[in-house]
Design a binder for this molecule. Structure first.
Ligand SMILES: Nc1ncnc2c1ncn2[C@@H]1O[C@H](COP(=O)(O)OP(=O)(O)OP(=O)(O)O)[C@@H](O)[C@H]1O
Ligand SMILES: [Mg+2]
Length: 168
């Protein structure tokens, strides 16, 4: 077995909901690592739009049939979670300079907490460099079109969620 097919990487975040920007990072991660675990951090955001279960389901739907991608949840230290699942790498996406400072701090802290876990950054493609879950929710809420920014299953679920409210 090659090194690539054995390596496990964790891609942590809130994924409320998962966007095409996230999918792009996962897909590129799969070129380098054998398995990518999309790990939802429990309890980070106080008022999420989608529950942890819903977010997990959306991830599973988006990657149905792909054995190299798995959705999971974690709480506590990311490096502890990574050790637990046998991952030696943390993947993070970088969109703009504005992401850099926070990501840099986190990567250094995680290295200090566990030097065996390496953080790897993948750059967002130009077309997704402005894309975030928060912006998708905002645009959708204001009636904007989010097709092409999120997987179809997320778009459907956004519409289902807003239907009762919009009827009024
Ligand atoms: N469009 C994108 N391109 C590349 N990486 C991205 C993109 N959106 C998010 N990421 C990366 O995905 C990881 C998880 O981030 P997170 O869950 O905060 O997503 P987010 O879209 O920024 O959501 P929120 O708006 O709620 O902060 C982070 O490493 C983040 O940099
Ligand atoms: Mg974010």
């Amino acid at each position: 077995m090659s090194q690539q097919s054995r390596s496990v990487a964790v891609f942590p975040g809130s994924f409320d909901p998962i966007t095409n920007g996230h999918l792009d990072i996962v897909d590129r991660g799969l070129k380098v690592f054998g398995e990518v675990i999309i790990a939802i951090l429990v309890n980070r955001e106080k008022k999420p739009l989608f529950s942890i279960e819903e977010r997990l389901e959306l991830i599973r739907e988006a990657y149905r049939g792909n054995e190299r991608v798995r959705g999971d949840t974690f709480s506590g230290l990311l490096v502890d979670y990574a050790m637990k699942v046998g991952a030696s790498v943390i993947i993070r996406g970088l969109r703009a300079i504005s992401d850099f400072e926070y990501e840099f701090q986190m990567a250094l802290m995680n290295r200090r907490l566990n030097p065996r876990i390496e953080t790897v950054f993948l750059m967002a493609p130009e077309g997704y460099s402005y894309l975030s879950s928060r912006l998708v929710k905002e645009v959708f809420d204001l009636g904007g079109d989010v097709r092409g920014l999120v997987p179809p299953v997320v778009e459907r679920r956004l519409r289902e969620k807003s239907r009762p409210r919009r009827k009024k």
